[in-house]
Design a protein around this ligand. Sequence first.
Ligand code: FAD
Length: 416
Amino acid sequence: MSEGKPTLLVIGAGIAGVTAALEAAETGAEVVLVEREPFIGGRVIRSYNYFPKMCPPTCGMEINTRRLERNPRVKVLTSSRVSAAEPNGKGWKVTVTTEPAFVNSRCTACGDCAAACTTEVADPFNLGLCKVKAIRLPHLNAWPKRFVFDRAAVGDDEAKAIAGACSYGAIDLEAKATTATFDVGAVIVATGWKPYPLDKLADLGGDLQDVIANVHLERLASPGGPTGGKILRPSNGEPPTRVAFVQCAGSRDVNHLPYCSGVCCLASLKQAQYVKDQYPAAEVTMYYIDRRTPGRNEDVLLKTSALEGVRLVKGKVGRIEQQNGSLKLHVEDVENEKVIEAEADLVVLATGMVPSAGDDDLALFTRKDADGFVLDDLGSAVTVAGVARRPEDVASSVRDATGAAARALVAAGRRA
Ligand SMILES: Cc1cc2nc3c(=O)[nH]c(=O)nc-3n(C[C@H](O)[C@H](O)[C@H](O)COP(=O)(O)OP(=O)(O)OC[C@H]3O[C@@H](n4cnc5c(N)ncnc54)[C@H](O)[C@@H]3O)c2cc1C
C-alpha cells in the first residue's frame, strides 16, 4: 500500500462492491476488495439479461474487469472472507482469510485438468440445478479466469491424476488457507443478498418440482445454464405452455419477509419476456398485489403487458398444489372479489432478497435495520453500498456505491 493514501476495505465484489472499489481507487485510494466466491460479479452475473435494457450483465461487468486490470491500486482477494476486524484508532485492523488455492495463478484455463477429472459435484454457479466437474472454470466469463478445484470431493488417486494433467504446474494439492492483515481507514460493506429459500414456502408449492424461484428462471434462460438456455419444466424436461408468476412470494408477509424487495415485479415482467421469446404461444399470467415499477422501469411493464398471451391479475396466491401432471393455484382475485382456481405447468415464485451480511458475525456489521440490512456507521468508518443496505436494482446499486466510496474516503480522511 502506498504512503499517504487512504486505504479502504470493500467487502463483497458484486456490482456495488466492484463499483465502490473502482470509484475510490480512481481517486487515488488503495483498496482491498474481498470476495468470498472464486470470481467477482455477485448475483448480477447469474442473470440472463437485465432490465431495463435487457442486455447480458456480462457486458457491464467486462467494462469493470478492464478497469480493475488497469488499476494496480485495487487488490482483489477472491475465495476470501474477513475473519476478524477490530478498531485500531485510525480505522480498522482486518484479517482476511483466503481458502486454499489448489489452482494458482499459473492456470491458463486450458481444461486439460478437467479432462482428467471424473468426479462431478452440484454446480454452485447454477444454484445446484446441474452437475459439473470437481475441477472447472466456475462459469464461462469468470474473472479471474482461473479454474477452481473442489478438492474435498475427489479421492487422492484422482487428485494426483488431475494435477499430473496440468502442464503449467498450476495445481497444488498441498495448498493451505492463508491469512493477511490490513490496516484500513474505512470499510465499505457490499455483501448484497441471497434469495429467500423455497423450502420456507410450502403453501406455495416450494417443494414441488415445477415450482421454481425467480433466480432459477434466470439460470434456465441462460445459455450457460443447466438446460443450455431452454426454459423447460424440471419434472419432465418439456417446454411449458402455461406459466404463472407469483409475486410477493414470502415478501410483504409478516410470516416471512415483512418488506418489499423492490425489484421482483420488474424481474417477473422481464422473465415473462424470456418465456414469450422462447414460446410465443405460451400463456403467461402474473399474479400481483401491487405492480411496483417506478420511474423509467415503467417501460418494462408497458412492453410486457402489451404482449399477446400475457395477463396481469391483481390477486394474492394463497396455495399451490400438484394436480396430476399440472399445478393448481388458489387465488384471491381482488378486482372481481372472489377466490378462483387456475392451472399452470410451471410456476415461478418471485421470492425476495435476504441480506447476506448476517452470514458472518463481524463487528463491522453490527448496525442494522429491523430487517437485517446494514446501516452506515460513519462514526466507526463503516459505509454500506448496494443491496447490503436495502433491496434495489443494479442502476441504484451503482449510484449508491459511488456515494459509499465518497463517504468512505471522507471518513478515512478524517481519521488519517
Ligand atoms: C430474480 C432477480 C432478478 C433481478 N434482475 C435484475 C435486473 O434485470 N436488473 C436490475 O437492475 N436488477 C435486477 N435484480 C437486482 C440485482 O440482482 C441487485 O440490484 C444486485 O445484485 C445488487 O448488487 P450487490 O453488489 O449489492 O449485491 P450482490 O449481487 O449480492 O453481490 C454481493 C457480493 O458480495 C459477496 N459477499 C457476500 N457476503 C460476503 C462476505 N461476508 N465476504 C466476502 N464477500 C461476500 C457475494 O458473494 C457477492 O459476490 C434482480 C434481482 C432478482 C432477485
